[in-house]
Design a protein around this ligand. Sequence first.
Ligand code: CS2
Length: 489
Amino acid sequence: MSNRLHSPDDLPADVARPAYRPADHAPGIVHIGLGAFHKAHQAVYTDDALAAAGGDWRIVGVSLRSPTPAEELRPQACLYTTIERSADGSHARVIGSLADALCLGTDRDAVRDALCAPATRIVSLTVTEKGYGIDRASGGADPGHPAIAADLADPGTPRGVAGLLVWALGQRRTSGTPPFTVLCCDNLPENGRLLRSLLIDFARRAAPDLADFIASDVAFPATMVDRITPARGPGTLQLARDLTGHDDRAAVECEAFRQWVIEDRFPTGRPAWEAGGALFVADVRPFEEMKLRMLNGTHSMLAYAGFLAGHTHVRDVMKDPVLATLVRRHLAAAAATLDDLPGVDLGTYAEDLARRFANPHLAHETYQIAMDGSEKMPQRIFAPAQDALRRGQSVEPFAFATAAWMRYVLGRTDTGEYYDLRDPLSAALRPEGDGPASAEDVVQHLYGIEGLIPAALQAHPEWTAEVLKHLGNMVSLGMTQAIADAAKQ
Ligand code: CS2
């Protein structure tokens, strides 16, 4: 007999489970991007909200392309285990907030029904930075993005975020159903505003009569989301089995820490996410800048430098004293670009981040974080670098991080091993030819990619000199020596 996870009632006493009967609560949210991060973050807060305040707020999870999440979740009544891993041990908690799991590719009608249902009052998203198809320079849709192009050509059968949401908002408007609130939970700067301008621009191109309606009637609250959630490793399912006594193919591992800061603008209601510790504020921006620049910016720096120095996991980077010095330096430099945030001590935040990165129980791969650099560098590194210049602060740490990314896009380690860049701009990023590239050539090549590195940075002599110095070291001396030299400065 299969021992698949199937009920919250059949679990060892030390496994936390929903403090409510999942079946008593109907769905009120559609979530697009049914990955590990959603399962470890928004779904957990919703589980807390249902336990504390009830309501019809369960989640219909949708993946745009992969049928795997739905295949994993459906045979187990959409229950799954989060395994929090910290110095206190590994704690299992079974989450009941997912009501259904769908894949747009295979369950198109069910996804459409869920998006059009009057009961759906929120559509939240975690599709990663590259999933939206936003042209960052204009804030509009990037017609070169594959999903945007496909949806502009055939708006009646959408396959991407902009196409799907505009289509659903149009259907709701026609049927007189109030629009849902759109809640972006990706690590993008001013994510609510960005998604709003994407949808308005997409509508202008695909369904012009909807653009003004979206601008005036749809709410796009901004959010800052945080929980380190590594991709599932080979040991995750075994650990879930050991802790719960069941076979759980949808289990996720994550750190114990989690944070969610949300702009409180939900015209059609929302779950009591504050029950899970979510903070509702009028302006998310300072929290988001803090997190994107300190956590994510440092993550990117340590991922490129650490990967090229031979470190598989973030925890290994933190055990390398030279790299750990650079991590602390980067955290301090990023903090110095921020305005004061009442109630938050940036020094303590930095110390906490260094501790979280060092978590020996989390197998968070540098290669995972290194992915999609062209989508991450602008808000994580280039924006604080520009603020540092404006404030008369040193740009050295940001230039080092940029040089490490530039070295990474060459696609080959110091020992000659090739790796896949996994970046939507891969083809454009790698300079032509396989021979040794000079730092000048690489910088010139990447500076030439339109819209990637801000012109104001490119034009700044101090910035370019620092990038060239570090990249020159990395190319000629090798990563380990270049890191050692950088740490001495
Ligand atoms: C990471 C983030 O992969 C990455 O780029 O920096 O996924 C990071 O772990 C999360 O934002 C933490 O909240």
